[in-house]
Every structure is written in C-alpha cells, then in structure tokens.
Design a protein around this ligand. Structure first.
Ligand SMILES: [Zn+2]
Length: 141
C-alpha cells in the first residue's frame, strides 16, 4: 500500500481483499457437504492452498472472486476509474499465479476445479458442476 493511494482506493481495495471463509466459499462448502462429500479446508501443503481438498479422490476446488482473480465475466471486468494500470497488473499477477498453482497441482496428480463467484447465482448448475467434478458421493449406509 503506497502513501499516494487515496482513501477511496484503500476502501475499494479492502472490500475486495480475499479473506478466508468468504461468502461464495461458504456457499460451495455447504453445498458440497449437503451432497455428502467430506473434505478438508485450505490445504496448506498444496500449491495455492486450495479452498476445499478431497484427499481420497485427489481433487481440489478453488472458489475465486471474479474481480480479484480476473474472471472473464461482467463482474470480473469491472475496473476502478482511476489507476487502471495498477489494478490490471495486480489482477494479471493473480491470474498468472492461479495458472501456475493449477498446473503444479495437476503435475502432482490432483484434479482441479475453479468455481467462480458469479456461478453462485445458479445453484442447480453449480450443483451439477460439483457432482460432475467430484463423482459419486459416498454411500450413506
Ligand atoms: Zn465471474
């Protein structure tokens, strides 16, 4: 954070800082749990610390904010009116880092799914996507 960043910029930034347990992540966690899957959170030992880790299935899920991770959607395309170069570079770096993390995970034999914030709107499609990625939920006896 540089000194010449205005107060406006700061509050704009702070509102978009990725924190743990963000709302979209909670949506995905609840949904996955309700479908019967079990997972661990924030796989610290794995590249990029995936939000949900399904160790037995060797699958991980990232839940990404559209803005912060530069999603190609309406929300992701929103850029503040000023200092656009700064933000575009920052988001560009996040995207590069995300891509590196995904390929590192894949090289380690993990399947990776990225769920975007904007995909929370359609829960039916989201559920289908999660089931298709994770495979059959465990049988409850
Ligand atoms: Zn999006």
């Amino acid at each position: 954070m540089t000194e010449n960043e205005t107060k406006e910029h700061r509050s704009w930034t702070m509102s978009r800082v990725k924190s743990k347990d963000t709302a979209p992540e909670m949506v995905v966690r609840r949904l996955v749990h309700s479908l019967g899957y079990r997972y661990r959170l924030h796989g610290a030992a794995l590249p990029g610390k995936p939000d949900l880790v399904f160790a037995g299935r060797r699958k991980v899920i990232f839940v990404h904010g559209c803005y912060w991770h530069g999603h190609d959607c309406k929300r992701g395309a929103r850029i503040p009116a000023t200092r656009q170069d700064y933000w575009l570079k920052k988001i560009g770096r996040n995207r590069e880092r995300d891509a590196v993390n995904v390929s590192s995970l894949e090289q380690l034999g993990w399947d990776v799914l990225v769920v975007w914030e904007c995909e929370m709107k359609d829960r039916v499609a989201l559920t289908d996507q999660l089931k298709a990625f994770l495979g059959e939920p465990p049988q409850t006896a």
